[in-house]
Ligand binder design. Structure first.
Ligand code: ZN
Length: 482
């Protein structure tokens, strides 16, 4: 559904989003200044569920920055989590004659800095490293934690399967990754990455990876390291090789990337194989059954208190399940993913929870991913079995508009009116027309992408729009994109 909003409505929406998530003390950015109306001059059409007035989008993203401000959080008397030292978290559990590290960041230099800060609390040798899953931002800095003796390195059976299935499309995934995370954005356009800060230094990314020496079976396992009791539980979700770690004595649960403070990235727009959404929901539901007193996420701040931690996990699981169930129900009713992407929303009692705001994942992207994961690309409508070749469709649209010149005028008008999505769609037609002006179409596309980017509080969408605009403008992106 397309909605036109004025800045006032957008502010009200965002205000509700923030204030409903808790008291002002829980959410320091809850009280937005009332001067936002001045920043938006014309009504703007929103085409996505994570679009609000530009100043509101910025305020929301800045509020989320607090989730990865650099700090050491003491989770329990012997458990410490380093937040904000790179994209992800790394934790240290202190035992009798050594420490255990959970996740190692992406780069050895950042990992070494985090370890130095953690060393304020213990200088005991590292006895073990545990990888919650195989994504590079959790394993690439491992070498920084190795001292005189080689620690045991624990990971789940099937470790490394997460991205392996799509490695043949690695080159395009790498380009899309740069856009999703805004890695090449100039400072002025950087905000954050949803559950991680922008501007991380990645030069030695992945250089510290150490292979696991102990593979935990899917049925799970328990052990004692340096006097610390640990349980490993298989938890497929963001990846199929994920596990959560439970400390029964401390009642601390390390969730890996199946939980963090944002609606989960059930689909990554950088491109990913299907992430089994149902498994993800069930894994988080299982975490909740432990009724942890503290949850340490793979990114963002730990959540403390049995009630708060358990409720957060229950709500998180329920949110994923709700999106899945609504999508399945809609598909079975014959609805298209395009329509469902606009129809499916989080239930009212979940959508304003601070850990379910769509900073990283979005509901609409998830709906499309679930549809493709369950049914493949065909939406069931025979019209889409053999759609017109883009150049032919463009010619027919131009004819319908009364000629290429009229179509170009409409494209420009859409941009002027802040109807950015429509401007984008028309520019994609104009670019195919042999009597069209591809340079003008490119200019309009760049501006429309920037317009959309400014509206987004979902960081991956925002970063992608802005990065793509810059690639078009610099000439880095040409045919077949333009
Ligand atoms: Zn991660």
């Amino acid at each position: 559904m397309k909605t036109t909003f004025t800045s006032g409505l957008a502010i009200a929406t965002a205000f509700t989003l923030l204030t409903a998530s808790g008291s002002a003390a829980d959410s320091p950015a809850a009280l937005l200044p009332s001067s936002h109306a001045a920043h938006v001059h014309a009504p703007v059409s929103i085409s996505g569920g994570t679009q609000v007035a530009p100043s509101v989008a910025l305020d929301l993203l800045h509020a989320q920055d607090q989730q990865f401000e650099r700090q050491i959080v003491q989770v329990a008397p012997n458990v410490f989590t380093a937040v904000g030292y790179h994209g992800a978290n790394t934790s240290m559990i202190v035992g009798t004659d050594g420490v255990i590290i959970v996740d190692t960041l992406m780069v050895p230099t950042a990992a070494a800095t985090a370890l130095q800060a953690l060393r304020a609390y213990s200088d005991k040798p590292v006895k073990a490293i545990i990888y919650t899953h195989s994504h590079g931002d959790h394993i690439g800095g491992a070498s920084a934690f190795v001292g005189d003796e080689m620690p045991a390195i624990y990971a789940m059976e099937g470790f490394g399967s997460a991205e392996g299935v799509t490695e043949m499309v690695g080159p395009i995934k790498a380009k899309r990754n740069v856009r999703q995370f805004g890695r090449n954005l100039p400072l002025a356009e950087q905000t954050n990455r949803g559950v991680a800060p922008a501007g991380t230094v990645d030069r030695d990314g992945g250089k510290g990876i150490l292979p696991p020496t102990v593979l935990v079976p899917h049925r799970g396992d328990r052990t004692v390291i340096a006097g610390v009791e640990l349980e490993f539980h298989y938890a497929p979700g963001e990846t199929d090789d994920a596990m959560f770690i439970w400390l029964p004595r401390e009642k601390v649960l390390f969730a890996g990337d199946n939980f963090y403070s944002s609606f989960p990235n059930l689909y990554a727009i950088r491109g990913t194989a299907y992430r089994n959404v149902l498994n993800w929901s069930e894994s988080v539901a299982r975490m909740a059954t432990f009724k942890p007193h503290h949850v340490v996420p793979g990114h963002t701040l730990p959540i403390h208190g049995q009630e708060a931690a358990t409720t957060a996990l229950e709500n998180y699981s329920a949110a994923i399940r709700s999106v899945y169930d609504q999508t399945v129900e809609g598909l079975n009713a014959g609805k298209s993913p395009d329509q469902l992407a606009h129809d499916v929303t989080l239930p009212a009692h979940l959508k304003d929870k601070p850990y379910l705001i769509e900073y990283y994942g979005t509901v609409s992207n998830a709906v499309r991913a679930i549809s493709v994961g369950l049914l493949g690309w065909f939406d069931g409508n025979p019209t889409t079995l053999n759609p017109l070749e883009p150049a032919i469709a463009a010619q027919k649209i131009a004819r319908l508009a009364g000629g290429t010149r009229n179509l170009t005028t409409q494209m420009e008008a859409a941009l002027q009116q802040g109807d950015y999505q429509w401007a984008l769609e028309l520019s994609d037609h104009v670019k195919w027309l042999t009597d069209g002006d591809p340079t003008r179409a490119r200019e309009i596309k760049i501006e429309a992408l920037r317009g959309l980017g400014a509206l987004e509080y979902n960081a991956p969408n925002r970063n992608y729009y802005l990065s793509y605009a810059n690639e078009l403008e610099s000439g880095q992106l040409r045919d077949p994109w333009f």
